[in-house]
Design a protein around this ligand. Structure first.
Ligand code: PLP
Length: 376
């Protein structure tokens, strides 16, 4: 049973058959001049328009396909920063693909400040406002936390930021939001927005960066000049179409899936409450139901993960996208105690999970935690 869907998801069967067919019919390089190459180009262009429509982008706005959301995040920050960039604000809750870029920019001499989190894992609005100034050129705040599911009020943060400096560029990492909660880049007011295919049942190795008309970026990858020169490299046609399909499937069923996942989260928490186990939940009621972060205090997360794995249950710990880097930075920024950080695990659902699985998950957790506590 797979409950680590914030780290990746199984590709939807319909997407698999679609890309297999596409591979036979349209493997041609989109840069080639013959008609089959032009067809590949048209397929990519259609995917771009379709994704843009689902996220509320205007026809003049751009969408740059990349090799991952990590790359899209790198492009957003490194691509924006110029010699005259004065100040950058980044939230403490960001995924390493933003946080580590911000640290690198700091090392290279940029003025980077980190915005505090509140106890629910959202950006602390007071701290955010106190750091705004006319010198802030770029802000990066994620939409939904991959650690806790905390949802930032991006529209409000953008409004506050643009009130202070109308020229500030606002980037938002929407990897855990697209297809799961409503995303409309226009009403959010963001200038740059990142997404990834493999978090919503598309292929791994493909992401995209929405770029509002008028925002200029420099490439970070140089080569043949694909994607308007912003992302060189032969286009990953199959991956791009898998992203298009994944966005379409998730966004067209967003309410139905949300209801299903909310039901799973409720069932999980209610069943857990009946086990008599001691635990602390770090995800608030207002968080995305797709992610539940919790700690079984006194039970080392890694050991619990291994015990569950032995009985066929996969869950996450910390930032499971790179499990070597624990999520301590984020939980600590929320004020979570060391003991709770050490015992922190993450359950993340997908539309493929069932109620039956959730009941089994809780049973397995109970057995493993009880057996762990008996041994210590
Ligand atoms: N941003 C967030 C919020 C994520 O959860 C992830 C997941 O790993 C990423 C970025 C990186 O995505 P990718 O695996 O496509 O590079």
């Amino acid at each position: 049973m797979f409950f680590d869907n914030a780290s990746t998801t199984r590709i939807d069967d319909k997407i698999v058959s679609n890309i297999v067919k596409l591979n036979n019919e349209h493997y041609y390089n989109a840069g080639a001049l013959y008609s089959s190459g032009r067809e590949s180009k048209a397929i990519i262009s259609k995917a771009k328009d379709s994704i843009k429509a689902f996220i509320g982008a205007g026809s003049q706005d751009d969408l740059i396909f990349t090799g991952s959301a990590t790359e899209a995040n790198n492009l957003a920050l490194f691509g924006f920063v110029k010699k005259n960039t004065k100040k950058i604000l980044v939230s403490m809750g960001e995924h390493p693909s933003i946080y580590n870029v911000a640290m690198e920019l700091k090392n290279r001499g940029c003025d980077v400040e980190f915005i505090k989190l509140d106890k629910n894992g959202k950006v602390d609005e007071e701290d955010f406002v106190s750091k705004l100034s006319r010198d802030v050129d770029l802000i990066s705040v994620m939409h939904v936390s991959n650690e806790t599911g905390a949802i930032n009020d991006i529209a409000r943060l953008v409004e506050l930021a643009k009130d202070e400096n109308p020229n500030v560029v606002f980037h938002c990492d929407g990897v855990q939001a697209v297809g799961k909660i409503d995303v409309d880049v226009d009403s959010l007011g963001v200038d740059l927005y990142t997404m990834s295919a493999h978090k919503i049942h598309g292929m791994k190795g493909v992401g995209a960066l929405y770029v509002r008309k008028g925002v200029t970026l420099k490439p970070v990858i140089f080569g043949g000049g694909q994607e308007g020169g912003l992302r060189s490299g032969t286009e990953n046609l199959l991956g791009i179409v898998s992203l298009e399909n994944a966005v379409e499937m998730a966004c067209s069923n967003i309410d139905k899936n949300y209801l299903h996942i909310s039901g799973l989260k409720k069932l999980f928490l209610n069943s857990l409450a009946n086990t008599g186990l001691k635990y602390v939940v770090h995800s608030s009621d207002l968080a995305s139901p797709y992610i539940v972060s919790l700690s079984f205090v006194g039970v080392r997360a890694e050991t619990l993960l291994n015990m569950l794995d032995d009985v066929g249950v996969m869950i996450g710990n910390g930032s499971a996208c790179s499990s070597k880097n624990s999520g301590n930075r984020i939980l600590e920024a929320m004020g979570v105690s060391k003991a709770e950080v050490e015992s922190n695990v993450r359950i993340s659902f997908s539309r493929f999970n069932t109620e039956e699985e959730v009941v089994k998950l809780v049973d397995c957790i109970k057995t493993c935690v009880v057996s762990y506590l008996q041994k210590v």
